[in-house]
Design a protein. Sequence first.
Length: 255
Amino acid sequence: MDLTKLNFGVDGDSITAWQQWSYHVYKELGFASHYNVAVGSSVWYKRHITGEGWEVTTQNYTDPDFAGISGGWEPTDDPLEMQMRANNCAVVHIQQYLEDVKSGKAPVPDVFAFAMGTNDSLECLGSPEEALSGKTLDDVDLFTEAGAVRWCIQRIMEEFPDCRVFVLTPIQAADPQHNRKNLECIKVIKAVAQAMSAQIVDCYTGCGICEKFETEGGEGRYLRDGLHPKENGQALQGAFAAKEIRNNLFYAPKA
């Protein structure tokens, strides 16, 4: 298989945004392109957020009054900023991605990778069984992680039937409590992704980043602040993901 002819699409959060692990995959495998819609602080699912005298709900990317997407995380009570933060989720990222492909801004993907979940809340996990009910996406609850995972994977598979979809689990952080939360999220992500026949890339147990060698709030072996990889951590995660993608990449012969 000639990987140099394949286009690589990516979505995720701050561990994926810009030129981090996915850029290493792109360079190592020699893909033709790398189109990344990841945004820092993002989650899988839509949200309702309330403040003093205001309430916002995640918009759709194609809404006429779409406010935009913000990766902000510092405390604020500004309703517009919070609307943009509510829009910062995989569902909206994929809506944008589909529009970018439609307009010609992004190439049609041959390989697509999701890497999301480290910012997700246990209160929003939802039920994989409920999320997977039915053939269509009409009744899927996009305000749950389970529902959003299904929706995002299925939309890529529907629009690009020949695209191979990979789902990366969150990496280990320095904080054991954060890791316990991540493991609960990973159970949901895996259950939905595997049911959708997407390929799991288990970065939590396989990429070489381990909580025991990281420092909460400071620099460790591979993490700069206990959560985000340094350059060597990005390269390590990228090397693992590249190996998994290369070893599991396949295409059915054309009829």
